[in-house]
Every structure is written in C-alpha cells, then in structure tokens.
Design a binder for this molecule. Structure first.
Ligand code: HEM
Length: 146
C-alpha cells in the first residue's frame, strides 16, 4: 500500500495534501506528538531507536514535513536533502518496513485530527504523497532485498 510504484501524485492530490496540512498547522505540535504516541503504540520495538528527547524530535519532524509538503510539486529540488536524510536513517537503524509502520501512524493521526475533512479523496492524496516520499527515501537508503 505504501509503495507508489512510480505513480506521480496528481496536482489535485498535491492541492488536497497542502490544504489539509495548512488546516492542521495551528495544532502542528500536538499533531506530531500524537503521531509519535500512535507510532510507538503500533511499533513499540522502534522506541529505543529514538535518542533525542521527543519534543526536539517532534519539532524536527514537523519542520521536515512542512518543507516536503510545500515542495510536493517539485520534489526533485529536495532530492539531495532527502537522499542525505534517508542515509542518516540507515545509521539510526531504520529499515524499509519501518516506513510502512510510520505511514499507518500518519494516516491514523490525520484522520483523528481532520475528522470529516479527511474525505476519501484527502486520504488517498496523503497515501500517494507519503508513498512517493517513502519510495524516494527507501531507494536512496539503498536497502538490499532480503
Ligand atoms: C518518511 C519520512 C521521514 C521523515 C521526513 C523523517 C524526518 C526525520 C528528521 C528531520 C530527523 C532529524 C534528524 C536528521 O535530520 O537526520 C529524523 C530522525 C529520526 N528518524 Fe525520521 N523521518 C522519516 C521517517 C522515519 C521512519 C519511518 C523512522 C522509523 C523508525 C524514523 C526514525 C527516526 C529516528 C530513529 C531518528 C533519530 C532520532 C534521534 O536523533 O534520536 N524516521 N527523522
């Protein structure tokens, strides 16, 4: 579900992701903290990979997400940063499968905060955008097939 298979995110999907993220921005801090809560609930074994105090980590994730979302229609420009980010994630102990777990926690968090605004079209737009981002990161991390 989380692999885009090279499918592009359409301009309309980009618009929906950006508009829903803008709507959530005022509650950004509580959203990323809710995301990590859910993530560690779903994947408790991943908690020890995180050494930075969570509030600082939450801020870093929020900044990274904001940058990626604002550049969704031009992700090529972020490729060098995303490749470096993906390679740092290998050193943190992150594997390809972990991107699926993070995607599930992200969808759950969005649904919870957007409520009725999380329409099927908004949901599939986030799925497409996250699949594209995780494809780039997984490819850049150069994981070998098991
Ligand atoms: C998919 C998009 C993701 C984005 C945009 C993202 C973003 C970030 C950022 C900005 C940092 C701060 C450190 C740095 O820049 O190197 C970070 C650290 C980290 N991320 Fe991610 N991440 C993603 C996915 C994941 C996934 C799937 C995992 C799975 C466990 C993960 C685990 C970690 C860990 C363990 C750290 C280090 C925390 C520490 O310093 O203690 N990330 N991430």
């Amino acid at each position: 579900m989380w692999f885009s298979g090279g499918v592009e995110v359409t301009p309309e999907q980009i618009r929906l992701v950006q508009a829903s993220f803008d709507r959530l921005r005022p509650q950004g801090a509580s959203i990323v903290s809710g995301f990590y809560c859910r993530f560690f609930e779903l994947s408790p074994t991943l908690r020890p990979l995180f050494r930075t105090p969570l509030p600082a980590q939450e801020l870093r994730l929020l900044e990274a997400l904001s940058a990626v979302i604002s550049m969704l229609s031009n992700l090529q420009m972020l490729l060098p940063e995303l490749e470096a980010l993906a390679k740092r994630h290998v050193t943190y102990g992150v594997s390809a499968a972990h991107y699926h777990a993070a995607g599930d926690a992200l969808l759950w968090t969005l649904e919870r905060h957007l409520g009725e605004a999380f329409t099927p079209a908004v949901r599939s737009s986030w799925i497409a955008a996250y699949a594209t981002l995780s494809d780039i990161m997984i490819a850049s991390a150069e994981y070998r097939a098991a």
